[in-house]
Design a protein. Structure first.
Lengths: 174, 278
């Protein structure tokens, strides 16, 4: 397993290939269906986003509430394919990369190659293990969305696999 | 005639929900271990992680998956039971509400149009079947939606027959691909009507994983479909491998002479299902 610190450098990205196991440390932001729709509404209205895309990684996830003594409850990835509608535009605007589960569309993969970015697959269903890798969790935007809100998370040694790399290769069979 | 206060049903739903949210069924655990032992590379890493996660969830009493699901409850209510107290659906929802709050489970139920979250994971998805006797059998199935989204209903023609059924099951797994958290478990309804066929598929998911249908011709469909799904080589998390499905479970019911409904309900590798008799 390759240990990596976010944000990744261009050198890091150049050395990542589909299928590589990694442990990610750094800051990520959760966003799923509803939060993405809100981000697009803000973009379309020409307003400022609550996160700076150029320094952000989006984790497609909605955590369980944090029990006493923990930063975060269970927090595994959700199906990334539902965010294909949004991912290419966000990547073109500078988004650093995404973490989710399952393969993404051809359009998203092309946007990853075009922008030299990587999509990581976390292990779907491993909610407790992923949640324990979250060291801090802070609400950033859209509190009315509850678990679907945007949370800023500091993660440490978060396990994932390079799913779609910056060269167009994929861990999934075509 | 037995009198039963619905507060006891509420407490039972609470117990089942709390346990189901953090625990895989023993049958699921055994199938995951068997799958892990067959794999290598990224698929083995995924299955090792899934099994490690199961231990963490048990040790720390955390939800095994953050998608603690829609609260699906299958209730078989003895016809000699007289229920007293709060209305049944109110009692059931109360058990769900308290379990999801106390267990630090995610609340995942929202209005389909406004997408406003109900905030307490209610209403539960309650199915009641009246059966002989004076007991109440309650099954709690927290159903995640990454897999639910990959489910399909086919209204086949009688001419498509057995081969059509197997094709429908395998096609559903193929189209789902890496998205529903494979290795999946596949519930299949064969027969009935548009609505009851889908319910049969859901009910099939509550059978102990790996237990074949009692009818040999149905069990043969389960075996053939499983073999063909695993030949797709999607593997754990879609990383490629020998085990794409942990099992296929079919339930069957009489249908109309003009039709052959087949419903395929996909369940992820987190098979969580708890049962109790009152």
């Amino acid at each position: 397993m390759k240990k990596l610190t976010l944000p990744l450098s261009p050198e890091d990205i150049a050395h990542l290939h589909a299928g590589d196991g990694v442990l990610l440390t750094g800051v990520i932001y959760t966003a799923r269906d509803c939060a993405h729709r809100r981000l697009f509404e803000l973009l379309d209205a020409g307003k400022q986003l609550p996160i700076d895309l150029k320094s952000s990684y989006i984790y497609y996830a909605g955590p369980c509430p944090a029990p006493e003594g923990k930063a975060c409850g269970s927090c595994g990835p959700t199906t990334a394919a539902r965010m294909n509608t949004f991912a290419p535009r966000l990547l073109d605007l500078g988004l650093c990369g995404m973490i989710g589960k399952g393969e993404m569309s051809k359009a998203t993969r092309e946007a990853l190659v075009r922008n030299k970015k990587v999509y990581f697959a976390a292990i779907g269903g491993a909610g407790a293990l992923c949640g324990n890798a979250v060291k801090t969790c802070e609400l950033v935007a859209f509190p009315d969305l509850l678990s679907e809100a945007i949370y800023k998370m500091e993660v440490e040694d978060f396990p994932a696999v390079v799913a779609h790399d910056s060269f167009g290769a994929s861990v999934y069979a075509d | 005639m037995r009198t039963l206060d619905t507060s006891l049903i509420s407490q039972c739903v609470y117990r089942l929900a709390r346990k189901a949210g953090i625990t895989l069924t023993p049958a699921c655990h055994a199938l995951l271990e068997q799958a892990r032992d067959k794999e290598s590379g990224a698929a083995k890493f995924a299955l090792d992680t899934i099994l490690e996660n199961e231990q963490i969830a048990a040790r720390e009493q955390m939800p095994v998956c953050q998608d603690t699901g829609m609260a699906v409850i299958l209730m078989e209510l003895g016809q000699d039971v007289h229920l007293t107290g709060a209305p049944l659906s109110v009692a059931v929802d109360d058990g769900v509400r308290r379990a999801y709050a106390d267990g630090y489970f995610r609340k995942s139920i929202c209005d389909p149009l406004t997408r406003v979250n109900t905030g307490d994971n209610t209403p539960a998805h309650l199915h009641v079947e009246i059966v002989p006797g004076e007991q109440v059998y309650i099954t709690f199935l927290p159903k995640g939606f990454g897999s639910e989204n990959m489910s399909r209903l086919y209204m086949l023609t009688p001419a498509e027959g057995r081969a059509g059924i197997v094709n429908a099951i395998v096609e559903t797994a193929r189209l789902a691909g890496s998205r529903p958290c494979p290795p999946v478990y596949v519930g299949v309804g064969i027969g009935g009507a548009f609505d009851s066929c889908a319910f049969l598929a859901k009910k099939a998911l509550t059978r102990d994983a790996g237990t074949p249908n009692a009818r040999e011709d149905v069990a043969a469909i389960e075996r053939e479909a499983l073999e063909k799904i695993n030949a797709l080589s999607i593997g754990a998390q879609g990383f490629g491998g020998k085990v794409t499905a942990l099992g296929v479970a079919c339930e069957i019911a009489p249908t109309h002479i003009a039709g052959l409904p087949v419903a395929v309900n996909i369940q992820c590798h987190c098979i969580r299902c708890e049962k109790e008799t009152l």
